[in-house]
Structure formats: C-alpha cells, structure tokens
Design a protein around this ligand. Sequence first.
Ligand SMILES: [Zn+2]
Length: 204
Amino acid sequence: MVAIILDYFGDWKTRRLTCPACGWTGTFEEGLTELYDSLQDCQCPGEHGSASAPMLAVLPYPTLEEWQAHAAQLSPGERTYIGQIENGRERFNRMKLRFASQLPDLTEPVLDLAWDQEGEEVVIRLGERKIWREPVRYEALWRYEQVLALLQAKYGSRLRDLAPTPAAEYHLYGDKVAYPAAVQRFRSRLRRAWEASGHRPPGS
Ligand SMILES: [Zn+2]
C-alpha cells in the first residue's frame, strides 16, 4: 500500500487513518510516529505478528516559502521560529562570501586551509590567520562546495587542502552520514589538481 501524504496546513491532526491490514483506526499522533529531517511518518500501532506494520501516512515539513504563505494561521511560537529562520537566512545572505575578489591576497606558495568554526561562524584559516568568516549553516556540504570553488578561483592551483576541523564537523555534517566521505572526495580532487599542476607531494 502507499502511505497517504498529509498536508501540514491541513486537517492531519484530526483526520482518521485506517490500517488496511488490521483495521486499526486513529489519528496520525495516535500511531507510531517517527521524526526525520524533513518529515514525520506514522506506522500502524496495531498487532501485525511477524509482518511489518504498514506505513499509514507521511507528513512532510513545510518549506520556508510554505510557512510564509500560511503566515496568517501560524501560532505565536511558529511565528517566532519562522522569524528566526528568516533572520538567519537574511544574515547569511548579507555576510556570505560571494566573489573570489573578496578574499585576501596570499603569497604562500602552498595553501593548506582549514574549515573551522568559532561560535556561530565558519572561519576559513591559513594556520592562525583568518582568511574569511561568515555565519555557519547546518548540514552545509553545499556551502563547503561553493566556498571551495571561490577559494580555487582566487588561489588557483596553490590551494592544496580545505580541511574541516573537529570544531566544524557538527554543523558541516549534521546527521548526514554520507557527508564526511563527500568532503573527503572534494579534498582528494583538490589534492590531485594540485599535484597535476606540477607540484609534488612532499617526499617524492
Ligand atoms: Zn495495522
């Protein structure tokens, strides 16, 4: 069976769901619910022996745009929450790195940079020196990739690494188990580009 997809701004709190296998009926919140990043789902809480209980419904979380479109029906708590997301996004857009030309000129022949975090800010470092800082985003592999491209545009083949520090890992990876390996792939590619441009790994 296919689970019903519910509308967050609809009647999902009162709508009755029925299990086609055991006949259980109840609301979404009376079922076995589980929380994920972008949705919540509901399994039948009835008795199903060794078979797995059917998935009755899925409740996707609204996007920021959907929240904004339903602003009138939000509770004060939801409005505060949305305001915080909007402020965070606005602040990020105002302070983020946009152009390679915003980055400082560096004279070092090899650049092993770090993707560090201080408080709520990502800090790109060369040793102790801060090259760039901007508001941190959560599960921000996309941002790592964008900043890496800007760093490469500015520093060319002298850029050899952009290594996340332990302080930055929580926000960079979040709950995404595939992200550490993805970052590793970016770093390996960077390293290969550095070697291909005529540089040699140390010791060879
Ligand atoms: Zn059931």
